[in-house]
Design a protein around this ligand. Sequence first.
Ligand code: GLU
Length: 333
Amino acid sequence: MRKGKILLLAMLFLVSVVSLSYGKRIFVTIGTGGVTGVYYPTGGAISKMVNKKYKEYGIKATVESTGGSVYNINAVLSGDLDFGICQSDRQYEAWHGLAEWKDKGPQKNLRSVFSIHPESITLIASVDSGIKSVADLKGKRVNLGNPGSGQLQNSKDVLAAFGISLKDIHPEYVKAVEAPGLLQDGRIDAFFYTVGHPNGNIKEATSGRIKVRIIPITGPAVDKLLKKHPYYAKAQILVKKFYPMAANKQDAVSTVGVKATLVTSAKEPANVVYAITKEVFDNFEAFKKLHPAYAVLTKQNMLQGLTAPIHPGALKYYKESGLIKYIPKSLIK
Ligand code: GLU
């Protein structure tokens, strides 16, 4: 009799342990950007890779549309998001406690996971506005970007480099997702968007009734800008290939670029960061097919452009896979 009871108890215990481990789902949220940008589908692509292995990891990753880079960094650090996509330049500023983080100081809990696609500062204007260069923005209605976005500081940097103050223009601060509509309605003359190409936003802006063109950001002012900020680099937007409806005659437009990067907090569990890193890199060719902006990706360049130390969970994978040789020593803590 007693033996039977013990056996029953032991069985009940086993059943509950087994069902607990099966039922233990780990919910992970990835902060992205506006739905017409590249961050949003990128969050989807990363989630897809790890969710495929749900049985193995128990991870269910979901994507959140957010205000962009600055919002994502802050939300990752406050624990509101597990992961966030952010521009390499904003990652640099957050880590060093500069620009948007000047009052708060260096964000020492920020951790890098990997870099993703290149992004370029894209200035787009209606043909009717007569804007052909950054200097022509004076007196015009220009959307600089919403607070929380990466482009807000980029557009301010570009204007400053060209000696244009906010008083010289009529600045707007709306989300990128709304900008193509405003441009097409004639309610703004131009907008800035730091984004990977091709994307739905610039497609929408270039395919409406009003003719628009992508404006080059080049010249001595830009050379000075590149010297001042180490994270900016020269870039090209393949306008003919990606946006054939734009009024540009040239195949490519010169501008300034950064990189999209994936960040998390030092507090994020190592097994979660490991799983995401492993699934993206182990299935690299499948991942690359998920967005045309990934065409230029290599495993090596996905480890460049980072400032915050690599999260231990990601580092574990880079050690196992031998990719660690591409990582600067300063990022290994
Ligand atoms: N670079 C933009 C930002 O940081 C977002 C671009 C995108 O959503 O693809 O706000």
